[in-house]
Write a protein that binds this ligand. Structure first.
Ligand code: HEC
Ligand code: HEC
Ligand code: HEC
Ligand code: HEC
Ligand code: HEC
Ligand code: HEC
Length: 186
């Protein structure tokens, strides 16, 4: 019994190693992750969105993946168990992208507010129109709006109707569909 185990274990190991070796060379995925790894090897969905006009990433097709995904330390942790088994990608949790990345290229909330001062896309059920980019500056008495960030409205790799996404972001708190508080209850 014991001797049977002894002879099977090495055989199984050799088998596993051979199969893995084939997987590595076929997929071209390197063993170690780095910021220079070709991200599209695994993140095929995100890479495909680059050519989808309905996704915001389309406007960024000249930029590299790491121009936005620039937090090397955090990414290194996420990829520490990088494997050739890309089925694990299904377990991906949603990324939180800090607004500082976006602001570095687009300017801050004030600059953006200037550019969208005529926009009518964000509107409540009473017809009150709000410039979406002033919620972090002009109308933020209680600092509640600090929870609103670029990606609350702008999604990169998902087909999104911007007006709908923006209005939805407001409704998470303005649940009655009116941009007021304290008028119906305290
Ligand atoms: C070998 C396949 C592979 C390659 C190549 C790869 N990734 Fe990933 N990536 C993964 C897997 C698997 C996860 C899921 C990890 C988890 O959820 O624990 C992941 C997660 C992520 C996440 C979400 C994790 C988080 O904490 O936000 C981002 C963003 C990401 N990868 C970006 C990149 C970028 C940018 C590159 C290229 C520089 C890249 N990946 C290259 C497999 C890969
Ligand atoms: C212009 C900025 C930008 C660029 C360029 C960019 N991403 Fe993203 N990425 C984001 C944002 C923002 C998110 C958060 C989810 C969303 O908005 O769709 C994200 C999410 C992700 C995720 C996690 C999936 C999730 O649902 O959270 C992966 C993986 C990813 N991006 C890979 C890539 C790859 C690969 C490239 C290059 C082909 C790339 N990204 C280029 C901004 C960017
Ligand atoms: C590396 C620089 C860079 C980064 C980082 C970046 N962008 Fe952009 N963005 C651009 C360029 C270039 C364009 C296309 C020219 C333009 O409209 O200014 C663009 C266009 C846009 C547009 C207008 C799209 C259109 O169709 O008119 C929006 C909205 C936008 N980006 C939001 C974001 C958000 C949100 C983030 C962060 C998640 C972000 N960007 C990160 C460079 C960047
Ligand atoms: C509450 C939702 C919301 C948030 C939060 C938000 N935006 Fe916007 N943004 C919009 C809407 C709506 C428009 C489109 C205005 C239009 O086309 O009429 C827009 C337009 C833009 C544009 C194009 C401006 C132009 O010149 O046409 C850029 C760039 C942009 N946003 C970047 C950002 C960045 C960067 C952040 C975070 C600092 C951000 N946005 C936060 C809703 C939002
Ligand atoms: C995280 C919860 C939250 C979100 C999300 C949110 N708000 Fe608010 N908002 C509040 C609270 C609480 C107040 C009342 C206190 C204050 O003025 O800061 C308020 C106040 C306001 C006011 C001023 C009302 C008045 O009579 O003084 C306006 C306008 C407004 N919000 C518009 C918006 C818009 C537009 C959005 C979406 C872009 C939005 N809010 C998203 C919580 C939120
Ligand atoms: C147009 C009227 C109206 C406005 C404006 C309004 N609410 Fe409400 N809210 C209601 C009604 C109606 C209820 C349910 C009545 C109840 O159960 O007391 C409610 C319930 C709530 C509850 C649950 C209370 C509980 O005890 O279960 C919270 C929390 C709440 N509102 C927060 C807010 C915030 C935050 C704002 C501003 C961002 C806001 N509401 C603006 C009408 C409004």
């Amino acid at each position: 019994m014991l001797s049977l185990k002894k002879s099977i274990v090495p055989l199984v190991l050799i088998f596993i190693l051979t199969v893995c070796d084939v997987a590595v060379s076929k997929s071209g995925i390197p063993a170690e992750w780095s910021m220079d790894t070709d991200c599209a090897l695994c993140h095929t969905h995100e890479a495909d969105t680059l050519t989808n006009e309905k996704c915001l990433i389309y406007a960024h097709s000249e930029e590299s993946c790491t121009s936005c995904h620039s937090q090397e330390d955090r990414l290194a942790v996420a990829h520490r168990k990088m494997s050739t088994d890309t089925s694990k990608l299904k377990r991906l949790k949603r990324t939180k992208m800090g607004e500082e990345n976006c602001i570095a290229c687009h300017g801050g909330w004030e600059d953006l507010s200037e550019r969208t001062k005529d926009t009518v896309l964000v509107q409540d059920s009473e017809g009150t129109i709000v410039n979406p980019h002033i919620v972090r500056t002009e109308i933020n008495k209680s600092k509640q709006h600090n929870l609103v960030t670029c990606t609350s409205c702008h999604r990169m790799h998902t087909e999104t109707n911007l007006a709908e996404a923006a209005n939805e972001a407001c409704r998470t708190c303005h649940h009655a569909g009116v941009y007021k508080c304290g008028t119906c209850h305290n």
